[in-house]
Design a protein around this ligand. Structure first.
Ligand SMILES: [Zn+2]
Ligand SMILES: [Zn+2]
Length: 308
């Protein structure tokens, strides 16, 4: 059912498109050109609705693409958290400076209102354009960590992950199909994260933080990365197998990771979970939703509260 799709936003399917896949820091250059150097931004479309996951540097190209198609309004951005690499692209997101409809930006509990976090990022002397320039076009929503809500035809659930600052995983469903976005999370050594396992169970696509190799994580190559809040492809493969995931997309690649190294990691990961891909810029994945399932999903949507 899963295939590579040239275009997203076709009805009766769940489409995922990667605009930024890098962790921590943008990493342009000839050695990263195939996977891409932009930080986290993923577009998910289903049933004619769209959500944008995170606003790393990859969101700039998405914004330009939406503007070119005349679709720069009625946008919802869900932030996993507000670490730099997940919000740095927002001031360069063209729809923020155009259109009349507010763009909704929502996040789980951050320790401060999401509006304050965005305001801090866009404030002198850190950034030349102040948040006041876009305030009228941004509607911010602070979500409790256990919210279940809908954005158009998409239903969304949330789960806090394991990271130095609060971070949220999102599960986005349309009909019987779903994608789980679980980045910036550290696995538990020697055991599965049972909460994430339950949350992700049966998803078609699991987008998972695979910043480190197991050897890097343990400190056999460079310093130990334990406690840094990121995971490995091996932990992703074990989770994907236990949760009966259809496709595992390795995400949040380390900024130093070359294209050749990402390819080698995918090969290693496939030994543990064959249906593994590396998230890379412009990669689209599509899960088809049978029309009968889609229409049942639409009928049930009224029971789910819309994002306020
Ligand atoms: Zn990150
Ligand atoms: Zn982070």
């Amino acid at each position: 059912m899963l295939k590579h799709a040239p275009e997203v936003n076709v009805e009766e399917g769940l489409d995922v498109r990667f605009w930024g896949v890098r962790g921590s820091l943008p990493s342009p250059g000839p050695e990263t050109a195939m996977v891409g150097g932009n930080t986290a931004c993923v577009e998910v479309c289903g049933g004619g609705s769209r959500v944008i996951l995170d606003a790393g540097s990859g969101i700039r190209a998405l914004g330009d693409s939406l503007m070119a198609k005349g679709e720069g309004e009625d946008l919802t951005i869900l932030l996993s958290h507000v670490h730099w690499d997940h919000v740095m692209g927002l001031p360069f997101f063209a729809p923020l400076y155009a259109g009349k409809t507010p763009i909704t930006i929502a996040a789980g509990p951050l320790g401060l209102p999401v509006e304050s976090a965005l305001e801090r990022q866009m404030s002198p002397p850190l950034f030349p354009v102040s948040y006041d320039a876009v305030r009228s076009r941004v509607k911010t929503v602070d979500l409790a960590a256990d919210r279940h809500f809908r954005v158009g035809a998409l239903t969304i659930t949330m789960l806090p992950l394991i990271h130095p600052d609060p971070v949220i995983a999102y599960r986005i469903a349309f009909g019987s199909s779903s994608v789980v976005y679980a980045t910036d999370t550290e696995h538990l050594e020697g055991q599965l994260d049972e909460r994430l396992l339950r949350f992700a169970r049966g998803a078609d696509i699991l987008i998972y933080d695979a910043q480190y190799t197991p050897e890097e994580y343990r400190g056999e190559v460079g310093p130990s990365r334990k406690g840094w809040g990121h995971s490995t492809f091996l932990a992703g493969a074990e989770l994907a197998r236990a949760a009966n995931i259809k496709t595992l997309a390795l995400f949040h690649h380390d900024p130093r990771r070359t294209d050749a190294e990402v390819a080698a990691i995918v090969q290693r990961c496939r030994e543990h979970f064959p249906s593994t891909v590396a998230a890379r810029e412009n990669l689209s994945l599509r899960v088809e939703v049978p029309p009968s399932v889609a229409s049942r999903h639409r009928a049930e949507l009224q029971q789910v509260a819309a994002l306020p």
